[in-house]
Design a protein around this ligand. Structure first.
Ligand SMILES: C[S@@+](CC[C@H](N)C(=O)[O-])C[C@H]1O[C@@H](n2cnc3c(N)ncnc32)[C@H](O)[C@@H]1O
Length: 185
């Protein structure tokens, strides 16, 4: 299914988010990255109403998509979710060593679950080691700073300060609120 067939996931207008919680520009970027991967194993943290799940599924017909959420909404029929595994779980409680042994190393990890610093850090700590060298990690809502509490952007700052981004990961140019890292070692 081409990106143009997925336009119903958004609505016209400044914010454009509808079923999908990424905006149109972010959706187009995510679609392009996924479409260029060869038979990728993709893990999505944060399914919600399945907007990005559907996009990940349709962007690459050879992909295997595993999407995790604390609560699963029944999106299979409405969005014709066929090749995707929907799992109701806390992403931070998945044993990622077992995951890699049994399912494989992850080609693309899309992190769009808990957006608070402690939550997204727990996802990073648990899942970044499951991503293969040359693999991708994409965070959503990354460039929205809050005054009263720490969020995704503060994790990115910390990873840069510790030179984890810079040495182990390189950062690709940002697209809207997506932060795209590529694992290099
Ligand atoms: C912003 S929504 C995801 C939106 C979706 N990716 C999209 O763009 O269509 C965030 C989701 O993450 C889930 N979530 C939050 N913390 C989580 C955790 N620790 N494990 C799994 N899912 C989590 C929430 O239940 C919520 O449905």
């Amino acid at each position: 299914m081409g990106f143009e067939d997925l336009s119903y996931l958004w609505e016209n207008g400044i914010r454009s988010r509808k079923i999908s919680r990424v905006n149109l520009e972010e959706g187009a970027y995510l679609y392009k990255v996924v479409a260029e991967l060869k038979s990728p194993l993709i893990v999505e943290i944060g399914t919600s109403h399945g907007g990005t799940t559907k996009l990940l599924q349709e962007a690459n017909i050879l992909g295997t998509i595993i999407t995790l959420d604390l609560e699963l909404i029944d999106i299979k029929t409405e969005l014709n979710i066929t090749r995707t595994h929907l799992i109701k779980t806390n992403s931070t409680e998945v044993d990622t060593e077992v995951f890699v042994k049994e399912i494989g190393e992850v080609d693309l990890l899309f992190i769009d679950g808990n957006h608070l610093f402690e939550g997204v850090k727990a996802d990073w700590d648990n899942w970044n080691k499951a991503v293969k060298v040359e693999g991708h990690i994409i965070f959503h809502d990354c460039y929205i700073a809050r005054k009263k509490y720490l969020t995704v952007i503060d994790l990115i700052k910390e990873l840069k300060k510790k030179e984890i981004i810079g040495k182990q990961y390189i950062e690709k140019p940002a697209v809207a609120s997506l932060c795209h890292l590529r694992k290099v070692e």
